[in-house]
Design a protein around this ligand. Sequence first.
Ligand code: FAD
Length: 531
Amino acid sequence: PRARPSMDLKALCMYAAVPALLLLCSASTFIQSPTDVYGPVALHEPTPSSARDFGAVVFGAPFAIMRPESAADVALLLAALSSAPTRPRATVAAHGAGHSLQGQAQARGGIVLETRSLPRAVAVVVADGDGEGGENTARAYADVGAGALWVEVLEECLKAGLAPLSWTDYLYLTVGGTLSNAGISGQAFKHGPQISNVLQLQVVTGNGEVVTCSPTESPDLFFAVLGGLGQFGIITRARILLQHAPPKVRWVRAFYDSFETFTKDQEFLISIPEQVDYVEGFMVLNEHSIASSSIAFPAPISFNPDFGSHGKRKVYYCIEFAVHDFQEDDGSSVDHVVELVSGEMSYVRPHVYSAEVSYFDFLNRVRMEEESLRRQGLWDVPHPWLNMFVPRHGIARLKDLLVDTVLAGHFDGAILVYPLLSDKWDRNTSAVVPSTPDGVMYIFSVLRSADPSRCGPGCVEEILEQHRRVADEACRVGGGIGAKQYLARQPSQAHWRDHFGSSWDRFVARKARFDPARVLGPGQGIFPSTD
Ligand code: FAD
């Protein structure tokens, strides 16, 4: 049965910023009984989680939250709000798992729409029914509710021996949330980001229209919404491409003391996608941090490299790659592949380590890190993160810039660095990546936990300011590194214009077409209501 709203109807109808709800409240068709009134727009009192996110640096309480049970519920709300005659209109932010960093899933004074309440069933379909065709059985897909977590999608797909091709490192994010950004991990060099692996979407546009779209059916909406930062519609369902899932994965780590050699070997690995299934890498700011569980292999594997730096501060780099193991027995052919591949690499010998883990455990590896951070009290603290896509020619400069600034002092967190291939990104989507003359770009992710009780009062603001300066320098148009930020909320519309560059006009045109009343996605700050 539909949840009864805890909010008083009168309060709802008096809320001047929600004129559309006024309309709903006064429309005689809806006021047959209290249940009818509440039915179309069941709103609830805000919860603490609707006013915060994982970043914990922006807090904006909404007026109300909505827990839709269907696309039709979402459509009713958006149709009413977008057609309301008066301004300012109430805004609506989709809120998936709330793992945004700077309030992107918040709607200060508006309505937060919790997508987790949408149906989350995962339907796995193997269209040709034979299950043959090796790893890339392109005919298998999963129809999933947009509020499903990727870990839920994985669990269901594995029951059929299948899995999506492209992942995020962390699986407790919703399908709608990552598809609104891009969704990247170590498989993206091979399969592209998650937004390159979607066959179809169901979307409720800002106008309240429910549309099924794909590359061939309403393609403009399909591509707008992918990487669209929640600006054009609410994704309610997604059809995700699947492949055969390996039972196990051989997971390898090799260490470097030279950034140049590290990136050269990463580029070697992404040049052999037929042998390698996953490539990432991270910076090791000091030798001691290697043994910490956040980057340790799962127990009981012994993993304690000693580089003999004897307490001196020296930066190391670690490549992480993985090979899927389809063999049910002892997996000797995978061992052979790993041996051949690592034989071509120039890591600091003998520092290569490997572990065989189940595919599920491999994909879910950041859960281990979450548990570790929770134990250290570093999960529910501010996370001033900085994520940037960097063209290959700028990576050494950006690394030096980071080492001289953000990484110079005390640092709690991880710094991921790994290459991606820009031709795996569909330029029709709304996602922004840099131009890369040679097709190779890197993601630099500075994933920091900043507990003011450890880093000092005001440290979060200082770190954010430092990130702003680094991002301005790295993303500067003309003479800069040519980087583009990922997952960031830009501080002004002028910054957004620079961020989108030549695709800004298209982004604005998409907004005018799919959400002309500018109801959606206020937390991104792209289209301020005063503008
Ligand atoms: P939310 O924070 O709830 O929403 C994010 C944005 O999408 C908001 O603008 C929201 O309005 C919009 N949105 C949400 N759902 C919908 C929908 N159904 N329709 C339309 N718009 C919607 N990203 C990567 O690419 N790779 C990673 O490896 C990775 N690892 C991460 C690890 C951690 C611990 C965290 C906190 C984040 C990580 N991210 C990663 C970033 C993550 O992909 C984004 O923050 C993503 O938006 C989180 O999904 P969510 O469900 O929490 O979205």
